[in-house]
Design a protein around this ligand. Structure first.
Ligand code: F6R
Ligand code: MG
Ligand code: MG
Length: 379
């Protein structure tokens, strides 16, 4: 039997070092990524690619036919990050090799530091994809928009109006502390889903499928750098891939949750709440208080195993947040960020104690430990 041809979308990212603190990926590192991707495409390892950045994270978007967690594709990403990290070291850039937590590559990059979102699809007649990449935030930060896109009829009109979406969607939720996963079906289990994914520091939506035919429609990275390293080594800065239209949320419904800002964990030293700011690629760089946390959204069409390309063979990419429709969200993010910053080191601007467990504040607290004395009358 002839199996249907499948296309894999791999988005693999890593902070390999950046310019002026944790601000932005500079040109020389982009050049290395571009060169490696170009060579890999020439050798037929991948079909085509797009290299971009989310703040200080280098993002490799690759299309190929090798399936998810493919060792050749993952090795290509790993070697590219290694080479870029060496260059960052040469240039004395900041945080060179920050996310390369393990030294030897062993088959795939999952659990080694880089973040991964992958999706293998059987191409539909036309397959619109939106990929997201965020900086200065963590894995569970996509729970809220994913819920709104695939389970909230107040966001996604298609859940009410499109007969192909009435069946609902199935959410895979990962417990990042206990390394377990559960599948919950919406609308039936909406409340149970919210009970879990509202705890964004622990639970993260990893995949979403359409309920009646299991069509894959979202995939996001769920790795937590602090849990891999056992200490604070920078934030996870997650990535995700969503699939749109024709029985799935429209591109506009996928983008609608970002018309307002919302709060995410991971601003400054991975220790503060911050408002997520949707930006175009030109503003994909973190400044104020190392932020505010930012997210970019790129739209593309998958076409015969590739990102649909123009006459010169250049992949066509839509920089979706580079749009005045998100100006209000950006303004809100600045205003609400200011309110939080006025609070300095007081909660809720700073994360709660459980989330501070993997930050450098622990060393500070340890120093104070032996100076505590028992309260009088409580001996
Ligand atoms: C990096 C990040 C930054 C750093 C901060 C302190 O991912 O979120 O906010 O945590 O700039 O960095 P170090 O400790 O390297 O001086
Ligand atoms: Mg960094
Ligand atoms: Mg980063």
């Amino acid at each position: 039997m002839l199996l249907p041809k499948k296309t894999t979308i791999s988005l693999i990212k890593c902070d390999v070092g950046s310019l002026a603190g944790h601000h932005v990926v500079p040109k020389p590192l982009f050049k290395i990524a571009e060169k490696n991707m170009e060579n890999a495409a020439a050798q037929g390892i991948i079909n085509n690619y797009f290299v971009f950045n989310a703040g200080d994270d280098l993002e490799l978007l690759m299309l190929h036919e090798k399936g998810e967690q493919n060792p050749i594709v993952h090795k290509l990403a790993w070697n590219t990050f290694k080479e870029a990290a060496d260059k960052a070291l040469d240039l004395k850039l900041y945080g060179a090799g920050q996310d390369l937590l393990k030294s030897a590559f062993s088959g795939n990059v999952c659990g080694m530091g880089p973040g991964v979102a992958e999706m293998e699809i059987e191409e539909r007649g036309a397959d619109p994809i939106v990929v997201f990449a965020a900086d200065k935030t963590s894995a569970g930060s996509f729970n809220y928009p994913l819920f709104r896109m695939f389970a909230d009829p107040m966001n996604t009109a298609g859940l009410v109006i499109d007969p192909h979406m009435l069946c609902g969607f199935k959410f895979d939720v990962v417990d990042t502390i206990e390394n377990k996963v559960i599948t919950l079906k919406c609308p039936e289990e909406t409340y149970e889903l919210l009970a879990l994914i509202g705890t964004v520091g622990r639970y993260a939506v990893s995949r979403i499928r359409r309920a009646d035919d299991d069509l894959i429609c979202a995939s996001s990275s769920v790795s937590k750098l602090s849990l891999i390293a056992g200490k604070y080594v920078g934030k996870d800065d997650p990535v995700m891939i969503t699939r749109a239209q024709h029985g799935l949320p429209a591109v506009g419904e996928i983008l609608a949750p970002f018309m307002q800002t919302y709060f995410v964990m991971g601003w400054m030293r991975g220790s503060h709440w911050g408002p997520l700011m949707p930006v175009g690629l030109k503003d994909s760089r973190c400044t104020a208080f190392d932020g505010p946390p930012r997210i970019v959204a790129l739209g593309l069409q998958v076409s015969n195993g590739r990102i649909a390309s123009d006459d010169e063979g250049k992949p066509m990419i839509a920089d979706l947040f580079d749009d005045p429709a998100f100006a209000l969200a950006r303004e809100e993010a600045v205003k609400e960020g200011n309110t939080l910053r006025r609070m300095g080191e007081f909660e809720p601007a700073r994360l709660g104690p459980e989330e501070m467990e993997y930050t450098t504040i622990q060393t500070v607290l340890k120093k104070l430990d032996k100076r505590f004395t028992t309260l009088k009358g409580q001996e």
